[in-house]
Every structure is written in C-alpha cells, then in structure tokens.
Design a protein around this ligand. Structure first.
Ligand code: IPM
Ligand code: MG
Length: 391
C-alpha cells in the first residue's frame, strides 16, 4: 500500500473541496531518465486537472548535464528566475557518467541542483519511506521486519558540509570542507518536523553525531529546546552510525527522522531500498517560496530513452506537489492509482524483469485511472505486455 503519510506540510494549504485552482508549474526534466518519467507525471497531472477542473500550466527549463551541453551552465539564470516565480517545480533527475569519474571537472551537473536549492531556500527535504505488500519479495530485508514500515525523513538541505567553505591547497595535497550550522537553520526545519510528527505517530528521532561534532551538539541543544513546545511528541536521539544500523535492523521503530544535510543524504538512500525498489520513492523540498518535487532516484543513464524506467517515483512526487497545493483528494487518488497498478502487476522492469510494462504505459494507466477511465474489469490482455527475451 502506498500510504505516504506526509500530511499537509504546506502551511495554509486548504483542506479538500478546492475547485478550479490555477497553478504555474516549472518542469525541469533534467538528465538521463528524467524526461521520460517526468512526462508521465505531466500526463497524470493533466488528467487530474481535467477531472477536477484545475488549470495547470507548465513551462520547461534546463538544469544539469543537459544544461551544460546547451549553455555551459548547469543552472541557467532563466531557470532560477522562472522557478522563483512559479507555484511549484517538478524535477526529473540529474547527473551524467561523463562527469562522475573526473575529479578535475570544473563544472558538474549536480552544482545546478545545489544552487537551485540555495537560490530557492529549499531548506527541508522530505522523503517518505513506506513498504508495499506486493513488493516485499524485492526488499533486501526480511518480510517480518518491513511490514508496516512507515516513516519520513526530514533532511536539512541548504546548510552543513555541502555549503561550507571549500578549500584545496596549491599542491593539491590538502583539502577541507567546513560544516557550519546556525541556530536559525536548525530551528526552521525542526519546527516542520515536529509539526509533521504531531500529525503522525508523534515520535521524532534526531540523528546526529553529537559524541564527536560541535554542529551536532548544537542540533541537540536546539531540538531539546524546541521539544518543549511539542510536549505530545516523544523525542529520542541516535548517533548516525547507530541509526544506519537501526534502519536495517528495525525500521518500524521510526516515525519522523530529523537530520542534517549529509547524514540525511546517506540515510535516506539507505532507507529507500527497504521498500524493494528505489524507483518508487518520491520527495519534496520545501522552503520559503516555491517547493520542488522529485523522485529520489538518480538519472539512471543506462536506461535513458528506453521507456523502461519506473515512473512511480516521479508520479508520486506529483502527488506530493498536489498535497502542497492543498489538493489532498487529488493526491490521494494518484496514490490509489499507483497502488492499483502495483496490485494488478502493471509494473516496470525493475519490479518484474520478465513480464513488464513500459514507462509510458504505466503513465497512461495511471492517468486513465485518475481520469475515471479504467473499467473495473480491465482486460489485461489488452494492455501491451513486454516479455524479456533473456529468460
Ligand atoms: C540527493 C542527491 C544530491 C545530494 C546530489 C545529486 C547533489 O544525492 O538529492 O540526495 O547529494 O543532495
Ligand atoms: Mg542523495
């Protein structure tokens, strides 16, 4: 069951019953499989707009390797400008192998995403982790350990070691990256995480390395203070090395995990494989203005253009985007449609390498479902199935 319980994290978002909203969405398809998965989300959003009388307009901009190729800049100014003026950003994926193994490259695709996060002040990255009964056999963990796993990671996204002063000496023999946090940076994401915990199972775990790092000790201090304002939320603290272990040993224990930038990067990838497919998980990055929604998977260059990537991570990110607009009923319908495809075996190659459907077919099925166009007794034989030739 897809039951991401990230609830109403947009302050002021209306409760259901919205009719005819108008929104400007910036679409950044990005690299690798980014374009093909993002196109499925746009299809699904269009089906939602039609059914619920909303008007979504899309404008397309460049970021990542594709932007470097076309403009020599991983994040052209016009992408920043349009994003700042949008209601939300739907983003595909970033990265290209030609930059990965070249430590001397001066320009990298990922710089585009980091700069966009900073420019839009997207300080909170929210990644829900849930498991699905029909995919349990794909999880690297034992079934009994993953049933009912349902937690959400709040990762700080615009501070810490990612954005501290970077130095390398002239001889290229010594390098450093500063890790800096201010009280204000910790407070703003901590409040969001506590509010989310109040809407869920009322448990918050701060992941840090307070036995070693000064920044972690500041996180603990600030979170302990803020906890006094959320007396109904139980707070505990885990060192990141222990947290990495606990996520594998007993992921059910978590409800809301709050952590700094780099620890969040690492444990959220770790957590993402619990469900059985990295291709399924969505994320939201929110801040002061427009929010950004993206699947957590990378650009998967080997699959680019083959119509085999799993579009659910992107489509479920589009559901989070609708939640952010306060369109909860619409978001729920997308999750219901995604569950329906999984239950009925309409899955991509990552989930069933033998009997699989194309990326675009899944996108069409989900948009038909949300558009109310799927008959209850759908004849699977009419939906084109691909069979692997290497069986
Ligand atoms: C992520 C990614 C990025 C990060 C990269 C692409 C810069 O791994 O969104 O988790 O490290 O934040
Ligand atoms: Mg990452």
């Amino acid at each position: 069951m897809i039951k991401h319980t990230v609830k109403k994290f947009s302050p002021g978002a209306g409760e259901g019953g919205n009719r005819g909203v108008q929104k400007n969405i910036v679409v950044i398809e990005g690299d690798g499989i980014g374009p093909e998965v993002t196109r499925q989300s746009v299809k699904v959003l269009n089906a939602i707009a039609e059914r619920f009388n909303h008007e979504f307009s899309y404008s397309y901009f460049l970021m990542g390797a594709v932007a470097i190729d076309k403009t020599s800049n991983p994040l052209p100014d016009e992408t920043i400008e349009a994003s700042l003026n949008s209601d939300a950003i739907l983003f595909g994926a970033i990265g290209h192998p030609k930059y990965d193994n070249d430590p001397t490259a001066k320009v990298r695709p990922e710089q585009g995403l980091l700069k966009l996060r900073k420019s839009l002040q997207l300080f909170a990255n929210i990644r829900p982790v849930a498991t699905y009964p029909s995919l349990q056999h794909l999880s690297p963990l034992k079934t009994k350990n993953i049933e009912d796993v349902d937690f959400v990671i709040f990762r700080e996204l615009t501070g810490g070691i990612y954005f501290g002063k970077k130095e390398v000496n002239a001889e290229n023999t010594v390098a450093s990256d500063d890790c800096v946090y201010t009280r204000e940076e910790i407070e703003r994401i901590a409040h969001l995480a506590f509010k989310q915990a109040q809407l869920r199972r009322k448990k918050l775990t701060l992941v840090d390395k307070a036995n070693v790092l000064e920044t972690s000790r500041l996180w603990r201090k600030v979170v302990q203070e803020i906890a006094k304002e959320y007396k109904d939320v139980a707070v505990d603290f885990l060192f990141v090395d222990n947290a990495a272990m606990q996520i594998i040993l007993n992921p059910k224990q978590f409800d809301v995990i709050l952590t700094e930038n780099m620890f969040g990067d690492i444990i959220s990838d770790e957590a993402s494989v619990i469900s059985g497919s990295l291709g399924l998980l969505p994320s939201a990055s929110i801040g002061k203005g427009a929010a950004l929604f993206e699947p957590i998977h990378g650009s998967y260059p080997q699959a680019a253009g083959k119509d085999i990537a799993n579009p659910l991570g992107s489509i479920l990110s589009a559901a989070m985007l609708l939640d952010h607009f306060g369109l909860h009923k619409e978001a729920e319908l997308i999750r219901e449609a995604a569950n329906w495809t999984l239950r009925n075996g309409f899955v991509t190659k990552d989930i069933d390498p033998v009997n699989f459907y194309f990326t675009s077919t899944i996108g069409e099925l989900i948009s038909d479902y949300v558009g109310g166009k799927i008959p209850g007794d759908i004849n699977k034989a009419n939906v084109e199935l691909r069979k692997s030739t290497i069986i």
